[in-house]
Design a protein around this ligand. Structure first.
Ligand code: FE2
Length: 334
């Protein structure tokens, strides 16, 4: 008797799960970054969005769940992670005139396997006291001996560093990039360590004069009582590649291969690509919306304007393995 009731309850529970016509998201992004978006989407469409926040193992989890995965949409950051989803075959191509009109081609996969939603620039944080206006120009010039002992950096193997090195390879080739990376290493004030904010703290403490970091960390530091001082000791400078623009990376989305609620998932993705959603999403993490004509927040605008590098992110992602080999060859972290 008890067994029968249990079985019936289980069956009902499973049926209810399977029939739920909502959108399920696996996210590497923190829940508070997604909430303003999912709330606005649900208010507009009546479609609920359930977010499962993951710290690691997204690709492995989707691969293990296979066709039984409840996930419809993946949201993450960095071109390397988006490219890894595509390489692992756990996402499916999406073709949508709406998304294609909202997201410029250099910020999406040519086959529709992933799409950017917002951008962050990889910029120089420069000491207000010890670096003059106009002193920082190009990424290439960071290898100039004038910076000897004056640069702080996070690990060369971190995805943010690898993205920049990959872009350098795409612009100038492997040999020139190896020379540049060795020059950059020779200019370091200390062994690579810590995250982007730790480099700014080191500038504040007088250990070095410039570092590389993502733009949104300025916003995050200003909001933190302890870190505010670090932020106020530096200013953001937008370097460019010789013959190009400022290096950017993206936060993005993809549709899972299994996607049980494909129609609603597509509706969600199209909505996420809309100018309004790009602006909401960019605002919560101090990022840049991708569609020309959309605007970042007032704080982000106060950092100045820049020209994003025009290399497609898909092209940059192709050089990632070579970038990692160069980091090892010049012993960047050693
Ligand atoms: Fe970050």
């Amino acid at each position: 008797m008890i067994r029968t009731i249990l079985a019936a309850t289980l069956a009902t529970g499973l049926a209810a799960t399977a029939a739920r016509a909502d959108v399920n998201v696996y996210s590497y992004r923190q829940p508070e970054l997604l909430k303003p978006l999912t709330d606005a989407f649900t208010a507009e469409t009546g479609i609920a969005v359930h977010v499962v926040f993951l710290k690691t193992g997204l690709v492995e989890r989707l691969a293990a769940e296979g066709s039984r995965s409840p996930a419809d949409v993946v949201m993450t950051v960095d071109i390397s992670r988006l490219a890894a989803l595509a390489d692992a075959g756990v996402v499916q191509p999406v073709s949508s005139p709406v998304i294609e009109a909202n997201i410029p081609p250099e910020f999406r996969d040519p086959d529709g396997l992933w799409f950017g939603l917002t951008a962050r620039a990889r910029v120089v944080y420069a000491s207000r006291e010890r670096v003059a206006d106009g002193e920082v120009t190009t990424y290439e010039a960071l290898a100039d001996p004038k910076w000897r002992g004056r640069i702080c950096s996070r690990s060369g193997t971190h995805v943010y560093t690898l993205g920049l090195i990959s872009a350098m390879i795409a612009h100038h080739g492997i040999e020139a990039t190896e020379t540049w990376l060795a020059g950059l290493k020779a200019n370091l004030a200390r062994k690579p360590q810590g995250n982007d904010r730790a480099q700014v703290k080191a500038i504040w403490a007088g250990e070095c004069d410039i570092s590389l970091g993502n733009t949104y960390y300025m916003g995050l530091m200003l909001r933190d009582p302890e870190q505010r001082e670090w932020a106020e000791s530096v200013r953001i400078v937008f370097p460019v590649f010789e013959g190009g623009g400022t290096h950017v990376n993206i936060s993005g989305m993809a549709m899972t291969r299994a996607a049980p609620n494909r129609a609603d998932a597509l509706r969600f993705m199209e909505w996420l690509s809309s100018p309004r959603a790009q602006e909401i999403y960019a605002e919560v993490n101090h990022e840049y919306p991708l569609l020309p004509g959309t605007r970042p927040s007032e704080l982000v605008r106060s950092w100045g304007s820049f020209t994003p590098d025009s290399l497609p992110l898909a092209e940059i992602a192709r050089h990632r393995a070579e970038a990692l080999r160069l980091v090892e060859r010049v012993d960047f972290d050693g």
